[in-house]
Design a protein around this ligand. Structure first.
Ligand SMILES: *Cc1c(COP(=O)(O)O)cnc(C)c1O
Length: 441
């Protein structure tokens, strides 16, 4: 029973207990349940929660604000269920740790986010999980060739950076299905507005929600979305953590949750143990952002296409890697998979190498120099000295990262203002070169 507000209690007791519950009202937005835990109304409610996991007890295992965002993101990806986590890296770590054990193996596209590559090569490797990387991701046989008896995951990004490769999701999903293992897709760059990998046969989708889903650049978050189509027969004993009794002799996730076994295992046994719980405040911000996802991505894609076309016609620019352009090798694949636009992030390469890139970046006035993407603001980054600095020259070249390459994440500003900003920065390159020439003469 809750203490009466009018109770005659001491100062310390009143400072804790008076005004500690909000009046009942129905807010239009999802309330931010910024609380470690939830009270149990009746004595037996506590035991019921611990027994079944239903309802809310402690925010690391469930929170109403987080739950609302999970339902929204599961629906947008066309999945059965979603799990929100503290960052995109947390989502990748939790999703992969639910699928692989020591002695097992991951086959991944070589064109992936550097943080994911590090997770595989520095962290999972220490836990006895090995990884091999597919170079030609468009060739199903290249994927098949790397799959062995201990492979448990195929991993790729729907749109990769820096070359803007588009994955033929259905083709790789077919290879995964042949082997009874899931295809896990990082869909951060595409967003579910442009492509929903589960509709093309992928099994699990991951996002850095810090990027387009939140959109405002105020919060970090990550999400795992599962198709709910796990099939113990097709998996053929490859995932005993899903199909065998629990450590304490309880029924397996497969027996209790059927096709949703993968997600049940992440929710019950992986995420709450590792603990990368999202703040309910960040969950709120991601939920608010996701409400305008389609509008932003549509506008960002239209702006990106206009800018990519304009850059292609500039003499200072050697090449533009944007899948929305007919000149991109994956343009037809992009047209098949991406609906409503080709995304906001792409690279272009200046003829003047790193010197030109430096002058260009320092001359920009509207476009922000920072390492982030999917923001409402347009952002620029020099991959060779930042995200790809740890790679060899040859690796950088094969990933489309040259000394003069710059990455843009195009925002929602007026395209004409962005073009004007880019134009004055391009003009500044030649102006600076002329100054240097004169001072050398
Ligand atoms: C940013 C990003 C991540 C990591 O997400 P965080 O939220 O920064 O942890 C993973 N994959 C891709 C493709 C990303 O862009």
């Amino acid at each position: 029973m809750r203490m009466s507000e009018s109770i005659d209690a001491g100062f310390a007791t009143r400072q804790v207990h008076i005004g500690s519950a909000a009046a009942q009202a129905t807010p239009r937005t999802v309330p931010i349940h910024l609380t470690a835990g939830f009270t149990f109304d009746a004595f037996d409610d506590a035991a019921a929660h611990f027994g079944s996991g239903d309802g809310f007890g402690y925010t690391r295992t469930g929170n109403p604000t987080v739950d609302a965002v999970e339902r929204k993101l599961a629906s947008l990806e066309g999945g059965a269920e979603a799990l929100l986590l503290a960052s995109g890296q947390a989502a990748l770590a939790v999703a992969l740790l639910g699928l692989v054990s020591a002695g097992e193996h991951v086959v991944s596209s070589t064109h992936i986010y550097e943080g994911t590559r590090g997770l595989l090569l520095d962290n999972l490797s220490r836990a006895g999980v090995t990884a091999d990387f597919v170079e030609d991701i468009h060739d199903p046989d290249a994927w098949r060739a790397l799959i062995g008896p201990h492979t448990r995951v195929l991993f790729a990004e729907s749109i990769a950076n820096a070359r803007n490769d588009v994955l033929d999701i259905a083709a790789v999903a077919a290879v995964a299905a042949e082997h009874g293992i899931p295809l896990v897709i990082d869909n951060t760059f595409a967003t579910p507005y442009l492509v929903r990998p589960l509709e093309h046969g992928a099994d699990v989708v991951i996002h850095s929600a810090s990027k387009f889903l939140a959109g405002q650049g105020a919060a970090l978050g990550g999400v795992v979305v599962d198709s709910g189509r796990f099939d113990a027969d097709r998996a053929g004993g490859r995932f005993p953590q899903l199909t065998e009794s629990t450590r304490t002799g309880g029924a397996s996730p497969w027996q209790r949750h059927g096709g949703r076994a993968r997600m049940a295992y992440l929710r019950e046994t992986v995420a709450p143990r590792l603990g990368p719980t999202p703040s309910p405040l960040n969950a709120f911000l991601i939920g608010q952002g996701a409400e305008t996802l389609s509008l932003r991505v549509e506008r960002q894609s239209a702006n990106a296409l206009a800018i990519a076309r304009w850059l292609e016609g500039r003499p200072e620019v050697e090449s533009v890697d944007y899948v929305g352009l007919a000149s991109h090798p994956d343009h037809a694949l992009g047209a098949r998979y991406l609906r409503g636009g080709s995304g906001s992030v792409f690279t272009f390469t200046l003829r003047g190498g790193i010197d030109a890139a430096r002058v260009f970046v320092e001359s920009l006035r509207i476009i922000t120099h920072m390492t982030h993407l999917g923001d409402v603001r347009t952002l620029v980054l020099h991959p060779a000295t930042t995200s790809h600095a740890g790679r060899t020259d040859e690796e950088r070249r094969s990933h489309g990262v040259h000394p003069g390459t710059l990455r843009l994440s195009v925002g929602i500003e007026d395209a004409s203002d962005l073009v004007a900003d880019l134009e004055q920065a391009l003009v500044a390159i030649a102006a600076r070169a002329a100054v240097l020439e004169r001072s050398a003469a």
